[in-house]
Design a protein around this ligand. Structure first.
Ligand code: CTP
Ligand code: MG
Length: 245
């Protein structure tokens, strides 16, 4: 177990929600991308194990298509020795609905909720623990999000024509994990639902309530398996990681 209090002697305060409810259309392979194996282990299992290794994570909620729950359990969870309780939640039609569905499985024991894309298998327990501790150490903040500064020059483009080049230094690429205080996170989802607001990540729901969300600098290589070409890069990174251990 890394960082924070160990599960054994203290009450863990953080629940993890791992989103694995998409169809993986861009990856374009029957059965989606979460169960595809990298170094003998399903993509989803890599991140679930990373959360399992964090002392302050006391519950892992895996969100997946309802009709595939048994298959996900049998292939990605049951064969592996998890210390943390794992529960399954039904996915929604869009990512935000899946996150909201996962949140219903988080009880009030947990002061913090950490969201993660199941398609980002390279996340490390150390970075998860660090992100949670950054939020815990900033009492006036509502959330903390792993992100990295934009490395390319950004262009504003309309109809194929460049309209301007904004100052790159203020732009960051947001990834997951994203950790929030449970209370405001629940309110943010309820408010988005009643207003019909759809954000592209979870932090944006809190931002629109005026909440304060911090960034934690991560690495560009925390990539999301999105298109088939990503697979080779991920596999190479996993093998490098295994060699370095
Ligand atoms: N996700 C989810 N529920 C949805 C849609 C997405 O839980 N209704 C999850 C995906 O499983 C993934 C993460 O959100 O781990 C990021 O989404 P994305 O990379 O877009 O995955 P998919 O939606 O599966 O892929 P695609 O958009 O190509 O169909
Ligand atoms: Mg998608």
């Amino acid at each position: 177990l890394v960082g924070l209090e160990g599960k054994v002697d203290k009450e863990p305060k953080t629940a993890a929600i791992i989103l694995a409810g998409g169809q993986g259309e861009r990856f374009g392979r029957d059965g989606g991308k979460q169960l595809v194996e990298i170094a003998g282990k399903p993509v989803l299992t890599w991140s679930a194990e990373a959360f399992d290794a964090v002392g302050d994570v006391g519950l892992i909620v895996v969100v997946c298509p309802k009709e595939r729950q048994a298959e996900y359990l049998a292939r990605a969870i049951d064969p592996f020795p998890f210390v943390t309780p794992v529960v399954m939640a039904p996915a929604g039609d869009i990512r935000q609905e899946s996150a909201f569905s996962g949140l219903e499985y988080v009880d009030d024991r947990f002061e913090f909720v950490v969201l993660h894309d199941g398609a980002r298998p390279l996340i490390s327990p150390e970075l998860i623990a660090h992100t949670i501790s950054v939020l815990k150490g900033n009492v006036d903040a509502d959330g903390a999000v792993v992100a990295h500064p934009s490395v390319d020059t950004l262009k504003v483009v309309e109809n194929g024509v460049i309209m301007g080049t904004p100052d790159r230094t203020v732009f960051w690429n947001a990834q997951t994990p994203q950790v929030f205080r449970t209370g405001i996170y629940r309110r943010a989802h309820a408010s988005a639902l009643s207003d019909g607001f759809v954000g592209t990540d979870d932090a944006s729901l809190i931002e629109r309530l005026g909440g304060k969300v911090l960034v934690v600098e991560g690495k560009r290589d925390n990539i999301k398996l999105t298109v088939p070409e990503d697979y080779l890069m991920l596999a190479a990174a996993v093998h490098t990681m295994l060699r370095e251990r």
